[in-house]
Write a protein that binds this ligand. Structure first.
Ligand SMILES: Nc1ncnc2c1ncn2[C@@H]1O[C@H](COP(=O)(O)OP(=O)(O)OP(=O)(O)O)[C@@H](O)[C@H]1O
Length: 498
C-alpha cells in the first residue's frame, strides 16, 4: 500500500476545469466532489505518473472504466476490469498547495516499489507482424506516462531472445519484458537458466505483454490477467508490469538423456499438438485457425500408442495403475562426471533441474492408445482456451489432461466449453495434478512409421514422422521418452492484482 505520511489534505481546487471540493488521503487516493458527483482516483491501482508545473498538477492515469455487463468477443467474460488512459488536471489555489499535494503524491509513488528500468524484448514477427506498431502506439505511451526508463531490443532470429538473456547485464534492470507471444518468454526463461549465475538470474522479474490483442498465443498473459479479473488487453498487461507486483512461477524441466528444456506453459502430444502445429499453415485464418483445423482433425481422428507414468499430487493417487520403478530414467537428471568430462558437447553450465529427489515416491501409469495428453503449468494456453482451469502458478504441480477413448461428437462438444475450462467436466477427460511425469510417445495407431508431435510452449520439441518432416534433424529432442519434473516457484513474473 502507498504511504505518503502526514494528514489527509483537503482543498477547493479545479479538476479538469470544474471547481471541486477535493481531498488527498494519506495513501494517495484522490477524492473530489463536483457537478458530476463524487469521484475517486486510486494512486496504487490507477495512477501512472505525474507532472507539476506551477499551480497545476497533471496526474496521468489508467483509470478503471465501468465494468460492462456484455459478453466480449472470444469469451472475454462480462465484468472483467477495463482501464482507459486519462489525464487529470488539478489546478491548485496556490503554489504552496501544489507543492504539498505533489510531495504527497510523489512520496506515495516512491513507496510503491515500481520498476524503474526495464529491458524490453520485442518480436517484430509476433502475431500478425504488428508488434512494432502495437509497441509504438499502445505500450510506449503507457511506459512513458509511467516514467519508466526502458531499453527496447528487437529479436532478429529464433533463439535471439535466449542469447540476449544469457549475456544480459541483469543488475542494470528491474525486469525483462517480452512484447511477443509466449515463445519469446520461454526463450528468456531458458536463457536465464543457462547462465552460470542462474540461481539469482531466474529471480529477475519477467513481464509479458501480448503483441496482438486477439492472438492465438499468449496463454501466460491471459492466465495472469484472468487471475486478477482483468480484461485481456495490452493496456492491462502493460500496467501489470508498471505496477510491479510479482508472483512466483513454477518451471518444468523436460529432460531426455543429456538434453534439457525449460517450460513455463504446456507440453502437449496428440490431438492438441497436431492442431497447434499443423494448423500453422493456416495462420492467415487468424485465431480461427485452431478451431477450424481442430474440427478437421476430430473428423479424421488419430490415436497414438504410448505410455504415461506420473507421481500424483495428493488427492490424485487413485488414477492409473501402480508401477514399481521407472527404467532408463534418473529421477533427477544430472550429468554424470563421465558424460561431462568425456564429451565436450555435453559440457554445460546452469540449472540442471529440480534438486528435490523423486526417489521413493510412488509412480503410477496409464497406458495408451491416447487421443491427447496435455500437460499444463497455467490455466490458459491462449486467449480463448483454458485447458487446465485448476492450474496454479506456483503450486509445484503440473495439471495433466488426458483423453483416451471418446466419441467424435463428444470431442466436438468439448470445443464449445474450452474458453472457460468447463470441458474438463466431461466423463471422458482424466484430469490429474502431478509432481513429475514420464511420457513415452509411440506410433499412430494403424501406422507403423508415423508418430506424433511433442509440442512444448508452442514450439516443436520432437516429431515422430520422419517422412513428413524435412526438419526432423533440427528438432531439439528425439521422439522418445521424456521426463518432466517441476520446480516450485522458481521464476518470478510481474502480475496484475485483483
Ligand atoms: N525475428 C525473429 N525471426 C524469426 N523467429 C523469431 C524471431 N523472433 C522470435 N522468433 C521465434 O518465433 C517464435 C514465436 O514467437 P512468439 O511466441 O513471440 O510469436 P507469436 O507469433 O505470437 O507465436 P505464437 O502465436 O505461436 O505464440 C519463438 O519461438 C521465437 O524463437
Amino acid at each position: 500500500m502507498a504511504e505518503g505520511g502526514g494528514e489527509r489534505l483537503s482543498e477547493r481546487i479545479v479538476v479538469n476545469g470544474a471547481a471541486a471540493e477535493s481531498a488527498l488521503e494519506v495513501d494517495g487516493t484522490l477524492r473530489w466532489r463536483s457537478g458530476g458527483g463524487d469521484q475517486c482516483l486510486r494512486l496504487e491501482s490507477e495512477v501512472l505518473g505525474l507532472d507539476v508545473q506551477g499551480t497545476r498538477i497533471t496526474v496521468r492515469a489508467l483509470a478503471e472504466a465501468p465494468r460492462s455487463g456484455s459478453i466480449c468477443a472470444f469469451g472475454g467474460a462480462s465484468g472483467e476490469r477495463r482501464r482507459v488512459r486519462r489525464d487529470y488536471s488539478l489546478e491548485m489555489p496556490t503554489e504552496a498547495a501544489a507543492l504539498r499535494w505533489s510531495a504527497r503524491l510523489m512520496n506515495c509513488m516512491d513507496s510503491l516499489g515500481r520498476p524503474k528500468k526495464l529491458f524490453v524484448i520485442l518480436n517484430p514477427f509476433a502475431g500478425k507482424k504488428s508488434a512494432r506498431t502495437i509497441f509504438e502506439d499502445q505500450i510506449k505511451p503507457i511506459l512513458e506516462a509511467g516514467n519508466i526508463n526502458y531499453t527496447v531490443v528487437e529479436t532478429k532470429y529464433q533463439n535471439h531472445a535466449q542469447e540476449m538473456t544469457k549475456s544480459l547485464d541483469l543488475p542494470k534492470y528491474d525486469g525483462i519484458v517480452c512484447v511477443s507471444g509466449d515463445g519469446v518468454l520461454v526463450e528468456v526463461v531458458n536463457g536465464l537458466l543457462k547462465r552460470e549465475d542462474w540461481a539469482t538470474a531466474i529471480k529477475m522479474p519477467l513481464g509479458i505483454i501480448p503483441a496482438v490483442a486477439l492472438g492465438t498465443g499468449n496463454g501466460m498473459a491471459k492466465s495472469l490477467l484472468d487471475s486478477a479479473g482483468d480484461m485481456y488487453s495490452i493496456a492491462n498487461a502493460t500496467f501489470a508490469v508498471i505496477r510491479g507486483h510479482k508472483r512466483a512461477l513454477d518451471v518444468a524441466t523436460i529432460s531426455q538423456k543429456e538434453k534439457i528444456f525449460f517450460s513455463v506453459l504446456a507440453l502437449i502430444w496428440g490431438l492438441a499438438a497436431d492442431v497447434d502445429i499443423e494448423s500453422e499453415k493456416y495462420r492467415w485464418l487468424g485465431s480461427a485457425r485452431l478451431d477450424i483445423y481442430a474440427v478437421l482433425r476430430i473428423m479424421n481422428l488419430r490415436k497414438y500408442h504410448g505410455h504415461f507414468q506420473f507421481i500424483p499430487a495428493p488427492g490424485y493417487e487413485n488414477h492409473g495403475e501402480p508401477v514399481k520403478r521407472v527404467d532408463g530414467f534418473k529421477s533427477n537428471y544430472v550429468l554424470t562426471q563421465q558424460e561431462q568430462g568425456s564429451d565436450s558437447k555435453f559440457k554445460t553450465c546452469g540449472y540442471q533441474g529440480p534438486e528435490n529427489s523423486l526417489d521413493g515416491l510412488e509412480w503410477r501409469s496409464i497406458d495408451g492408445p491416447f487421443i491427447s495428453i496435455w500437460v499444463n503449468n497455467v490455466p490458459f494456453s491462449a486467449e480463448n482456451y483454458a485447458p487446465a482451469p485448476k492450474a496454479k502458478f506456483s503450486d509445484g504441480y503440473l495439471d495433466v489432461v488426458i483423453l483416451k477413448d471418446c466419441p467424435k461428437s463428444a470431442i466436438l462438444g468439448m470445443m464449445f466449453n474450452m474458453s472457460d475450462g468447463s470441458y474438463v467436466k466431461s466423463p471422458y477427460i482424466i484430469y490429474l495434478k502431478v509432481k513429475a511425469l514420464r511420457l513415452e510417445p509411440g506410433k499412430r495407431v494403424g501406422h507403423d512409421t508415423k508418430g506424433g508431435i511433442i509440442d512444448c510452449d508452442g514450439e516443436v520439441l520432437a516429431i515422430g514422422d520422419a517422412a513428413a518432416d524435412s526438419n526432423v534433424q533440427k528438432h531439439f529432442m528425439a521422439y522418445g521418452p521424456l521426463l518432466v519434473t517441476v520446480d516450485q516457484g522458481l521464476a518470478t513474473i510481474f502480475t496484475p492484482v485483483p
